[in-house]
Design a protein around this ligand. Structure first.
Ligand code: BG6
Length: 473
């Protein structure tokens, strides 16, 4: 059997994309709440446009999302019915520390997640918790400028200590930052950064990166101190860059772009800044704000496992007039060998095996695929069913390649959580109509609908996959 007996099959969500209840249980406001659906969204999430409060001109899908705040018990029951061994979710920082810099946490927020973890325990589902999934309290952005400020490390450290202490014995698997490399591409989401006029953007980004890397190492340290059973992972928006062809210029370009992403994981997993990045920063005249003790912290508190999202591979070509393709924020040269989803993301199951091998060769630590899936338009039929065969085909093909990575290549893999196991708000577009779930949620892009949950055909398919530990795809 390729997958280990205790393989962690499950699904993944993020608080801001499913929870809603943005003003309940004393919760504060976060960057992710104020990103609207519509044409301003991209400029805001990439830090080009300032938007730190609600206004009447926009619709904010995260305010209610799929209202998991009130439906979590029902949703967990459906996950259990599918046979989930794990459920990846994130905590809303502002539910625990509404402003982010308080000395004491908000008990209502802590109790909310505790109830979820207790229910998981009852159902035999191991929680896999992302500490921050693109969220940063608005107060920290306004007062400190987000992760460009070193003080963020202390606030994050306090959050980490609070949750590791409170949820000891209930949660064992933790991820420090969702898709940490997204910081370079979507800095408002990745680091609460809005650029000021005249700023050296690269400098701001790499200072923020240094602070997040330190915060991640600090959280790893605290997690291990509080409970040696804790396992902490880093999280990468992965998908190897292929060279467009064997032109050495393109091969080198692919290496360069791969390093740009892997740089974060290099630090989190190996414990030091790679020489290629130090040289690049030197050329750009950027000095990292390294203080006494920083390098030791990074070196001594590396992650236990490597987790990543995989939606597609990417293509590197120096010549800039090549056709482009969409993807999660990353723009890439189109691969002529691949088909695309309705949102233009290219579909490459073999790329998952390739990406897994790259990561395992480089780090030699267990891997965890914590996001993968197909964003597609679903159609609710008259008889109330949803036949999402396209999703089944996508996932079966990816799981088959993942299986080869384990069985043939010998990659050590802890588990697989498909993205958006229940339909939720898209991070990139703010749409509901870009659906990833095994469970349909009756809600549209403008926030209308009953929020009713309906299992799709893929629900029963995934149930069988889990039951047979990936044998029957
Ligand atoms: C990843 C994120 O980038 O991709 C998720 O971690 C996101 O939050 C997912 O939802 C899919 O992207 P999108 O834009 O289709 O929601």
């Amino acid at each position: 059997m390729p997958f280990r007996k205790d393989f962690l099959w499950g699904g993944a969500t993020a608080a801001n994309q499913c929870e809603g209840g943005y003003n309940l249980s004393n919760r504060g406001l976060a960057n992710v709440d104020v990103v609207p659906h519509g044409e301003d969204r991209f400029a805001i999430i990439t830090g080009q446009k300032k938007h730190l409060a609600f206004d009447d001109a926009h619709f904010y899908p995260a305010k209610e999302a799929i209202d998991m705040y009130h439906h979590w018990k029902e949703d967990l029951a459906l996950f259990a019915e599918m046979g989930f061994k794990t459920y990846r979710m994130s905590l809303a920082w502002t539910r625990i520390f509404p402003n982010g810099d308080e000395e004491t946490p908000n008990e209502e927020g802590l109790a909310f997640y505790e109830a979820i973890f207790l229910e998981c325990q009852r159902l035999g589902i191991e929680p896999l918790v992302t500490i921050t999934h693109f969220d940063c309290p608005i107060h920290l952005i306004k007062t400190y400028g987000g992760w460009r400020n070193r003080k963020m490390i202390d606030f994050y450290g306090r959050l980490a200590r609070t949750i590791f202490t409170r949820y000891k014995g209930l949660v064992k698997y933790w991820l420090t930052f969702n898709e940490i490399n997204m910081l370079l591409h979507a800095p408002f989401m990745g680091a609460g950064i809005v650029f000021e006029a005249g700023e050296n953007r690269d400098e701001v980004l790499y200072h923020a990166a240094h602070h997040e890397l330190l915060a991640s190492a600090l959280a790893t340290k605290i997690a291990h101190e509080i409970d040696p059973e804790n396992k902490v992972g880093c999280m990468l928006a992965a998908g190897d860059y292929y060279p467009y062809d064997c032109d050495p210029e393109n091969v080198f370009e692919a290496q360069k772009l791969n390093r740009e992403n892997l740089f974060f994981i290099d630090v989190q997993s190996r414990g030091y800044y790679p020489s290629y990045k130090l040289k690049e920063l030197e050329r750009k005249n950027i000095t990292l704000p390294i203080e006494a003790g920083d390098l030791a912290l990074l070196r001594e508190h590396t992650v236990d496992f490597i987790s990543f999202s995989y939606y597609s591979s990417r293509v590197a070509r120096v010549k800039s007039d090549a056709d482009k393709t969409a993807g999660n924020i990353f723009e890439s040269v189109a691969n002529p060998y691949l088909k695309s989803s309705e949102w233009g993301w290219q579909i490459d199951p073999k790329g998952l095996r390739i990406t897994m091998n790259t990561a395992y060769d480089r780090y030699q630590k267990p891997l965890f695929v914590v996001e993968n899936g197909l964003g597609a338009m679903d159609h609710l039929k008259q008889d109330g069913t949803i036949e999402d065969d396209y999703r089944i085909a996508y996932m079966a093909a990816h799981i088959a390649e993942m299986k080869k990575a384990v069985e043939i290549d010998g990659v050590d893999l802890l588990g697989y959580t498909s993205w958006g196991c229940i339909d939720l708000v898209s991070a990139g577009t703010g749409e509901m109509s870009k659906r990833y779930g095994f469970i349909y949620v009756d809600r549209d892009d403008e926030g209308h609908g009953t929020l009713k949950r309906i299992p799709k055909k893929s629900f029963y398919w995934y149930q069988k996959v889990i039951k047979t530990n990936g044998e029957d795809l």
